[in-house]
Design a binder for this molecule. Structure first.
Ligand code: SAH
Length: 213
């Protein structure tokens, strides 16, 4: 598990690409520049780690495209100390970005293999999310609710009600909604019953699945 100057150089280029695509938040760009993405992937993909692309990880899942990770994170407007619920831990890359921004991260994964592997890996490279859960993201994580921010990193056919319910007033939910193609959607909770909704264009994710393996 090495992080060389060559990796660092490629990472700087990746952050520049993500910035050129429109991400402005300096802290998000700094996180992309800092996190050794190649370590989150199978070593056979190492040469591709600093391309702005999604790649396969275990259990038929993917590590999201860096631009998508940055775009979603920017929409969350993370402040240090925010409690953030992530649905779809996957490789843990998005989790690491949230940790870099000073968030208290709670993350749920429904594939046992990924849950186990990522839990060990994140602590090995020094990231300390508050809690990693093996479970169903459609239900959210009531124990630690309400959250300042919630991010869904798989394509949701609809917006699960528990996620809206577990958001603080003033909180933000970023979720890609749709079947084959997803519309990046932001919900801001204005009051107990009122949510403001904004849409940010098309993205493609692996699906948010209902039944646990
Ligand atoms: N954030 C991840 C993205 C992984 S892809 C990363 O940066 O690598 C989406 C992940 O969501 C997959 O790992 C998939 O297993 C998981 N997932 C799908 N349906 C889920 C559900 N209902 N609850 C929790 N996780 C789910």
């Amino acid at each position: 598990m090495k992080d060389t100057f060559r990796h660092k150089g490629k990472r700087q280029q990746l952050a520049a690409i993500v910035e050129a695509k429109g991400v402005k938040d300096k802290k998000v760009l700094a996180a992309i520049n800092k996190i050794p993405r190649h370590l989150f992937m199978d070593s056979s993909f190492e040469d591709h780690a600093y391309q702005d692309k999604a790649f396969p990880i275990a259990a038929d899942q993917t590590i999201s495209q860096p631009y998508t990770v940055a775009f979603q994170t920017e929409l969350l407007e993370i402040k240090k100390g925010d409690s953030v619920l992530e649905i779809g831990t996957g490789s843990g890359y998005q989790t690491a970005v949230l940790c870099e921004l000073g968030a208290k991260v709670y993350s749920i994964e429904r594939q046992r293999e990924l849950y186990r592997k990522t839990k060990v890996f994140l602590s090995k490279i020094g990231y300390r999310p508050k809690y990693l859960s093996f479970g169903d993201g459609y239900k959210g994580l009531d124990e630690y609710a309400p959250y300042d921010k919630i991010i869904v990193t798989a394509g949701a056919p609809y917006v699960p009600n528990p996620l809206l319910a577990q958001l603080k007033i003033g909180g933000r939910l970023v979720i890609p909604v749709g079947e084959d193609v997803q519309v990046m959607t932001l919900f801001v909770r204005k009051s107990a019953k009122e949510f403001e909704k904004k849409e940010f264009g098309d993205f493609r994710f692996v699906p948010l699945l209902e039944d646990k393996n």
